[in-house]
Design a protein around this ligand. Structure first.
Ligand code: UTP
Length: 233
């Protein structure tokens, strides 16, 4: 059955490691905001922001101090929301300066139109999971995962220079890779979160993975054009 909606809807999961690297972040974020405004002229856009290094630092400190896993997740969520506030402020009105904190709120905002920006929602997953839940709930055309590597590799590209990028990958292969790495511990890192992968696979929503700092490639992925990265579909 053809889709009733004419304007494509894209969910962008912006990794915290992309958002703030400690180098040239202000210039990057300004360009990113211009790109998001441009994409929003032809697409509906929902953006989740990760917590990156800052979240991990707080989670490590709190773990050392003996806080519970739920409390560690909640600390991480606060940092993702800090990043959402920063991006929302940079994008300016009509983007809400106070990002939604629940899926329901985010869905309602998305239905009103414009760009929606949010961080985490509840303990137990990451902002990739939030992005996947929203993509499924809003029947998104694709989820773009903007991360610190240019796609999915057969080995860790940061440790092994012979690593090859996988340009296209089926859900079974991707699920196997996720399962071999992740247990969902607070602050854990992998190219995409397990809950999110499962949801997207079930909802048959394509996942495109791209280096978020490479704005030309990110633009291609957001607009549904060719880009350097990985397509999981
Ligand atoms: P992130 O989404 O940043 O996870 O959330 P990440 O794996 O560190 O991703 P990158 O590096 O930013 O791309 C940071 C932490 O916050 C908690 C989890 O502990 C997560 O690891 N969190 C986040 C939640 O518990 N629930 C959420 O909805 C979001």
């Amino acid at each position: 059955m053809p889709k009733a909606r004419a304007i494509p809807l894209v969910v962008l999961s912006l990794g915290g490691s992309v958002f703030r690297t400690g180098e040239g972040d202000a210039a990057y974020l300004r360009k990113l905001a211009s790109l998001l405004h441009e994409v929003a002229t032809s697409h509906r856009l929902v953006v989740t922001t990760g917590g990156g290094r800052t979240a991990r630092e707080y989670i490590e400190l709190a773990r050392e101090l003996g806080l519970t896993p739920i409390e560690l997740d909640e600390l991480g969520i606060e940092v993702t929301r800090l990043h959402a506030r920063l991006l929302a402020g940079l994008l300016g009105p009509p983007v809400s300066p106070t990002p939604p904190t629940t899926l329901g709120e985010a869905v309602r905002e998305a239905h009103r139109g414009g760009i929606v920006v949010l961080g985490g929602t509840e303990p137990g997953h990451t902002t990739d999971g939030v992005a996947a839940l929203l993509a499924a709930r809003l029947r998104a055309d694709r989820l773009v995962n903007a991360t610190s590597v240019s796609g999915l590799f057969d080995k860790d590209p940061r440790r092994d220079r012979s690593a090859q990028r996988i340009e296209r990958c089926g859900w079974d292969q991707f699920r196997d890779q996720v399962a071999s790495v992740g247990r969902g511990d607070p602050g854990q890192q992998f190219v995409f979160d397990a809950l999110g992968a499962e949801l997207l696979a079930r909802s048959r929503i394509p996942l495109w993975i791209v280096d978020g700092r490479d704005l030309d490639q990110l633009e291609g992925a957001l607009l549904g054009r060719p880009f350097i990265g990985t397509r999981v579909e």
